[in-house]
Design a protein. Structure first.
Lengths: 329, 76, 366
């Protein structure tokens, strides 16, 4: 074992491998972790935990407070779990402006109020100057499973339609722009709670799985589905909802929008005969207006995700392989 | 080995800097490698530098290849 | 270019033309990593007929950076009081004692920049450290380093130096064109390098070696048009260097950039990973700029370092084998745990084969 690299935290293959290693340390005696966004517990409860280290703390479309709530409640929502309660831990760096902290707390509180989620427990630590990068937030969200049939990786089946709720890569593109001095006139992070979009789907049959495409992006999620469910997936580049500004930022920095993080965009695997209904339901919500079928799961090439390119060729989509770095080549 | 993207010049900031844009995205770039830049020029940007201006008139060889390709394709 | 019809229809038209003009099996080499990536990302290989063999050449500047040069960069970064600034492309390349990313994880200061000129700002804001800018890239990127040096000299900046790892394309093309083992019929020439150097430096490929050449852009249509043009030249027996990216490539290139390169750099014979010493193929700082040369400021000498056992990056780079033919490919050498730069660099052949063609066994070919 070597040292942890930034790649281990980027959400792709290295992260997955690390999580598996950690989980196997616990498996001896206490039961394996499910590798889903949230865990479903006996009695129909769902629980999840997530840490937020976004830098800068504030960005077009949101801030760390909003992100910290959305991130966790979205992990519940994609398993059909209604978010109800939240526990929150703050690690702040000495010298952080209190007024600034409360801007983020008000953002977080606002999302909770919108969803009817109650903050029930919290903890705050302040670290000496230099030992934390201004503010880290960890949130643990819990709620009640309302999906009428199970949603999870193992349910993804050949023939399923793959549906995306909106243009991909907006959050990742915004953060990268801030990091590398690219000015944005309109583009904002898609950071938003997904429960209002997803709730009507919990009452429909035929929804097999849902994920929010956070670190590692859509590409990584589809690879996880293909490998976890042992199915092939084929998507069409022309069908993926795209944002012109995300494409521009990606072109400048040499990124692929398939791997840029989303924080309010979900992907679904849905039985083919239910795809129309799911699409209509998604499109009737403001954040789902550009929802589209982008492909399907198949029996062919299990474990592999293929993309029909805009040019008409085929290529494989692999998992994001480490830290996303801008390139000039 | 050379990722480069077309942008439109929106502002000349000084003798070696300009603001360029593609859609809703703007970038400050260096213009040391180019002469006579004007607002509205479409330029090729690589690693933060303008390396050339677009000139559609210079695309003759590609145009003539396409003419032959299309003639052949429609002749079938 | 036709004004109407969608991309897939236009690609079909080009494929029809290719069908007509492919008189015999041909081997085409592309020598630009950005072409390598574009080709894979657009899936062009899966659309080409059987008779077109598309080889990836040494056009990935990261991949051709010699092991000794990578080691020098990593050693510098680990030095006390040094901030090593470079493009993101270089950060994960493994040297004999780890990569810059690993050095950073152990406490070295590594700054990723998206433009060379940012190194100047770094030198201004971190006055108590030495900023070393490692310049990689071919003729497209070297002018930016030249601007950095010229400005650093005019502002008398003391805490900045440049480690030039820049290389030149035409010399290595000559080596490839004259290699009887490679049997290359035509070259897809790098569009953006050509923006700087123009098309005259490639004339020898057609005139002396009878190779069919096309200077092409990077969109799928540009690349496919380049391949069609090469096939036609071969079929009609009239090798030439056709400028199919005229919208940004002038025949004479960017003269201002060329003059700047001549002012700041001078050519030197340098080692290309896996290929060896190539005459007059690298750029070192000219005498007037020797004060900013990181090699002399830090007393760096490059010893000959053998690449890791089994690594066949060099053969891949020269187009002698395809990545899946390397015994390490997909086994001990993967994008997560790369052995050689061809697997690290997003433009490296091995990385492209691995990521876009499922370790070279894509169900769709390529």
């Amino acid at each position: 074992m070597g040292r942890l690299s930034l790649g281990h935290g980027s959400g792709g293959r290295l992260t997955n491998d690390l999580i598996k290693e950690i989980a196997s340390t616990f498996a001896r005696g206490s039961g394996m972790l499910e590798f889903e966004d949230c865990a479903l517990l006996p009695g129909g409860w769902g629980v999840t935990i997530d840490g937020f280290t976004v830098s800068p703390l504030s960005f077009p479309g949101g801030d760390i407070g909003k992100l910290a709530i959305c991130g966790s409640v979205n992990d519940l929502a994609v398993r059909g779990v209604r978010p109800l309660w939240l526990a929150m831990s703050l690690l702040a760096e000495e010298g952080l402006d209190e007024e600034e902290l409360f801007v983020y707390m008000r953002s977080a509180a606002s999302v909770c109020a919108e969803l009817g989620v109650q903050l029930v427990a919290g903890d705050t630590k302040v670290l000496p100057r230099g030992e934390a990068d201004r503010l880290y937030i960890t949130t643990c969200a819990m709620g009640k499973n309302e999906a009428i049939s199970p949603w999870g990786i193992k349910e993804v089946s050949p023939g399923d339609a793959i549906i995306v709720s909106g243009p991909v890569g907006r959050h990742g593109a915004v953060i990268a722009s801030l990091r590398y001095d690219i000015k944005l006139r309109e583009l904002e992070s898609d950071c938003a709670p997904l429960w209002p979009l997803i709730e009507p789907l919990t009452r429909l049959r035929g929804v097999h799985a849902a994920r929010d495409c956070t670190r590692g992006g859509l590409g990584t999620v589809l690879c996880e589905w293909a490998e976890g469910a042992n199915v092939g997936i084929e998507i069409d580049e022309e069908a993926i909802p795209a944002d012109g500004d995300v494409s521009a930022v990606s072109d400048i920095l040499g990124f692929d929008p398939l791997y840029l993080a989303c924080e309010g965009t979900a992907v679904f695997a849905v039985a083919l005969e239910r795809a129309e209904t799911v699409l209509e339901t998604l499109r009737s919500h403001p954040i789902g207006r550009s929802a589209a079928v982008i492909g399907k799961a198949t029996e062919a090439h299990p474990g592999l995700v293929g993309l029909r390119t805009a040019a008409g060729g085929m290529r494989v989509v692999d998992m994001q392989g480490g830290e996303l770095l801008p390139r000039i080549c | 080995m050379c990722l480069a993207v077309p942008h439109t010049v929106v502002k000349i900031m000084d003798e070696n800097r300009a603001l360029v844009s593609t859609g809703g995205v703007e970038l400050e770039v260096r213009t040391d490698l180019i002469e006579d830049l004007q607002v509205g020029d479409v330029v090729l940007v690589h690693a933060g530098f303008v390396i050339e201006k677009y000139n559609e008139d210079e695309g003759k060889e590609l145009e003539s290849l396409w003419e032959e390709v299309m003639q052949f394709a429609s002749g079938r | 270019m036709p004004q109407v019809g969608d991309l897939r229809a236009k690609m079909s038209s080009l494929l029809e033309a290719l069908d007509k003009w492919l008189c015999r099996p041909i081997t085409v080499m592309e020598v630009c990593g950005t072409h390598t990536v574009s080709i894979f990302r657009s899936g062009i290989r899966t659309m080409l007929p059987e008779g077109v063999r598309l080889l990836s050449g040494p056009g990935c500047p990261v991949c051709v950076t010699d092991q000794a040069e990578v080691d020098a960069m990593v050693r510098l970064a680990k030095g006390p009081g040094v901030v090593l600034a470079t493009y993101g492309d270089m950060v994960r390349v493994p040297g004999s004692c780890g990569s810059l990313a690993e050095a950073r994880a152990s406490g070295a200061e590594v700054a990723v920049v998206s433009s060379a000129i940012q190194a100047l700002a770094l030198a201004g804001s971190i006055q108590d450290k030495e900023i070393v800018f490692a310049g990689i890239g071919f003729e497209t990127t070297a002018p930016a380093t030249a601007v950095l040096l010229r400005e650093a000299r005019s502002k008398n900046v003391k805490n900045l130096s440049v480690l030039s790892l820049h290389k030149l394309v035409p010399p290595v093309l000559r080596l490839l064109a004259s290699d009887p083992m490679l049997n290359i019929d035509g070259f897809l020439l790098p569009g953006h390098v050509s923006t700087i150097i123009g098309t005259a430096p490639y004339a020898f490929l057609a005139e002396e070696y009878g190779k069919a050449c096309a200077v092409a852009g990077f969109e799928p249509l540009d690349i496919m048009a380049g391949i069609v043009e090469i096939a036609r030249q071969i079929c009609e027996g009239r090798p030439a260097v056709r400028r199919l990216y005229g919208r940004v490539v002038r025949h004479e290139g960017n003269v201002k950039a060329q003059e700047l390169l001549e002012e700041v750099f001078r050519p030197a014979s340098v080692r290309w990973r896996g290929i060896g010493l190539v005459e007059a193929s690298g750029l070192v700082l000219a005498n007037d700029y020797s004060d900013f040369d990181a090699y002399s400021r830090f007393g760096i000498t490059l010893e000959e370092v053998s690449p890791p056992a089994g690594c066949r990056c060099g053969d891949v780079l020269a187009g002698r084998i395809t990545p899946p033919e390397c015994p390490l490919f997909g086994r001990s050498c993967t994008p997560q745990f790369p052995v050689g730069p061809c697997m690290v660099s997003s433009e490296g052949s091995c990385s492209a084969y691995y990521r876009y063609s499922s370790k070279g066994v894509s169900p769709w070919g390529a």
